[in-house]
Ligand binder design. Sequence first.
Ligand code: PEP
Length: 247
Amino acid sequence: MRKPLLAANWKMNMTLNEVKEFIKVLNDAQIDYKEKDILIAPPYIYLQELKKRLKKVKISSQNIYFEESGAFTGEISPTMLMSIGIDWTIIGHSERRQLFGDTDDIINKKLLLSIQKGLNVILCVGEKLQEREAGIEKELVISQLGLDLKDVTPEMMKNVVIAYEPVWAIGTGKTAKSQDAEDMNKAIRDFLKRRFGRKISNNTRILYGGSVKPENIKELMSRENIDGALVGGASLKPDSFLKIVNF
Ligand code: PEP
């Protein structure tokens, strides 16, 4: 019922030549696009190249600013993205939260403007290691969601995908146990049901991210509430990303 979404977050990686090679391999590959959605979030400067050459793949930015235009040096607005045909963005990635000061309030503003302008959003949430060790991971993630989704209506949720990404699993090689990821995704779905009702809760895709690799994708995807993956490191090489896509 929920179409799997396999998403690559390239972060600040790849040269233009590497991007061109990646495109070539992906275009030559067998992928059943009816059965699954594939998304790539490259650095901004490669968005148009990818959009032009990968017709069946969804192309996403990794971040967005919460104003439409103006004196915000170095930033990109949802309106600008839409004007080049890009209708996806990631918001709230833990690296944005930790390194660039994105608070839940900022994330909420980014999300509201993005949806208002027609973008689809992958909203990332996740606990830090100390929070998991203290046993408060579910409260923490649900509280993040409450703040990040402030003033979001059920109608707007059609544009939202949630990615549960425990911070301690990102780029560390430590994947969450599939049962722990399933438990969190179930807790997120229960929150969505309380907040938006059964239909939205059933229809919203909830991904897992954090050291996803070809070796663990199948197990993760076998879980009822894991509808896809957000992949960092293992998405940088076309072979490895393809193995994940064709899990
Ligand atoms: C990410 O950047 O969202 C991520 C999950 O990274 P990695 O797969 O490298 O842990």
